[in-house]
Design a protein around this ligand. Structure first.
Ligand code: GAP
Length: 453
């Protein structure tokens, strides 16, 4: 089976999972809207993540911090000075390229720590081998570091735009800002974690590959606070837990791999990515798991003037905790699960596309069909079943077209079960339950439906 990104994008559009942002105005690069089934899948991913990382754990606490933050936050975090991508422009057609990515494509590694000058020199050495993806020419402007923070203003009533605030370049900063609040208001004792799902915005030079690199994103983050130097064991545990979470929700293990960061930023102790084998372009970062030492809380202590150190309630020892971070973009996660579930097979001699999503993630859990829509007694009975099931789970009603077509439609959105109400139902209160993956059909009593589903 040849799963391409084009097929995934086509299915996402055709079945109402994802639409291009501002489409009726011609589309806006790097933005997407989640449609009726997309928002269900996205919410299921978030809910599953939240349940696992907050509700099922004693030592993790949830948070939802404000998007707007004091601009000094981004000075403290290093984003105003160092959060940039190296940019160059094709002199022939003005297409902008991300220099590190283009170098990577020809096998040259651009070190994350390189200065603008160093990268410029590396680019000059190799740029003859790089061609513009749009016009094919090889004539580029000098490399420039391009800051990714998106600026706006707030409470600026002068119209002079001198009160710049930044949209968050990463969602996790809200967690550091509230570290002390969480310690003071809960029974949090180190080691403990704070989890958040929040929006982030980046002025990406070249948004690409559908939901993979967008300018607006949501990130699911956990920050686990530990005593200095007591990081190794929990870090390995966290890595294992994140890997297993993906497998439990159905990603195929052969499509996942670990990648170690070779060139760590100066404060980091260790960093790994979980990579996913995305259709058409292969393995790339899905999630980052970072061992960040005391950098974040130290910086915010320094810039805010508030001491963010922690005092051990048993020993009285005082220290700035170290942070172990997991961070994944919901859009990338969505794309990975959608791609992994995408299957083309044949059932009863007919070709079909089916999304083999785990039932926990499927946007619709069960579809209910009256065999014929012009038989009021069938429709009334099917409505009864639909209403009863809707109390327990997410149901969809469909009375359009023949049953085969209705099955195909539900297969494409990943509905695990379809229930058909026919003339026998009126006699014996049984219905046909059809399984998405095998196509097998079973006759069951209506009274047992909820427990079976
Ligand atoms: N707080 C850490 C942080 O933001 P990151 O590696 O820059 O680290 C974390 O981002 C995750 O966010 C990535 O692994 C990826 O899943 C997602 N992500 C980053 N940039 C993205 C973009 N432009 N579009 C979609 N997802 C993105």
């Amino acid at each position: 089976m040849d799963v391409t990104m084009d097929k995934i994008i086509a299915l996402a559009k055709r079945r109402g999972f994802v639409f291009p942002g501002s489409e009726i105005y011609g589309g806006m690069a790097g933005t997407y809207d989640y449609g009726p089934y997309g928002v269900e899948l996205l919410n299921n991913l978030k809910q599953s993540w939240w349940r696992e990382h907050v509700q099922k754990r004693e030592n993790y606490f949830g948070l939802d911090s404000a998007i707007f933050k004091d601009p000094k936050v981004w000075d403290a975090s290093g984003h105003t000075s160092g959060f940039s991508d190296p940019l160059s422009e094709c002199r022939a057609c003005n297409t902008r390229i991300r220099v590190d990515k283009e170098l990577g494509k020809i096998g040259v590694t651009a070190d994350e720590k390189m200065s603008e000058e160093e990268l410029g020199a590396l680019f000059n050495e190799h740029k003859a081998k790089i061609k513009c993806s749009k016009c094919g020419k090889s004539d580029f402007s000098p490399v420039r570091a391009f800051n990714l923070l998106i600026k706006t203003n707030m409470g600026d009533f002068t119209g002079e735009g001198d009160t710049v605030v930044y949209l968050p370049g990463e969602a996790c900063q809200g967690i550091y800002l509230n570290f002390k609040n969480v310690v003071d208001t809960t029974r949090a004792k180190i080691p403990f974690g704070i989890a958040q799902i929040g929006k982030a915005f980046r002025n990406e030079i070249s948004p690409r590959n559908f939901l993979f690199r967008t300018r607006e994103m949501e990130q699911a983050d956990t920050q686990f606070f530990v005593k200095p130097n007591e990081n190794k064991e929990p870090y390995e545990k966290i890595k294992k837990e994140r890997w297993e979470w993906y497998l439990r929700l159905g990603l195929k293990e052969e499509n996942l791999r670990w990648k170690k960061h070779e060139n760590l930023v100066f404060y980091a102790s260790d960093a790994w990515d979980i990579e996913y084998n995305f259709p058409s372009y292969g393995f790339d970062e899905l999630e980052g798991v970072h061992d960040r030492t005391d950098y974040d809380l130290t910086q915010h202590s320094k810039y805010s003037g508030i001491d963010l150190s922690y005092t051990d309630p048993y020993t009285g020892e005082k220290y700035i905790p170290w942070v172990l971070e997991t961070s994944v973009g919901l859009g990338r996660m969505f794309l990975a699960f959608l791609s992994d579930a995408y299957t083309e097979d044949e059932i009863g001699g007919e070709k079909r596309v089916v999304l083999k999503l785990s039932p926990e993630l499927a946007p619709v859990k069960v579809a209910v069909f009256p065999l014929l829509k012009n038989k009021p007694e069938l429709v009334a009975k099917a409505r009864e079943v639909f209403t009863a099931l809707s109390e327990h789970t997410v149901c969809e009603w469909d009375d359009n077209g023949n049953i085969g077509k209705r099955y195909r439609r539900q297969d494409e959105i990943g509905t695990p079960r379809c229930v058909t109400i026919d003339f026998d139902t009126l006699e014996d209160d049984t219905v046909t339950v059809r399984d998405r993956d095998t196509g097998a059909q079973e006759r069951v009593a209506i009274s047992t439906l909820t427990s079976i589903l």
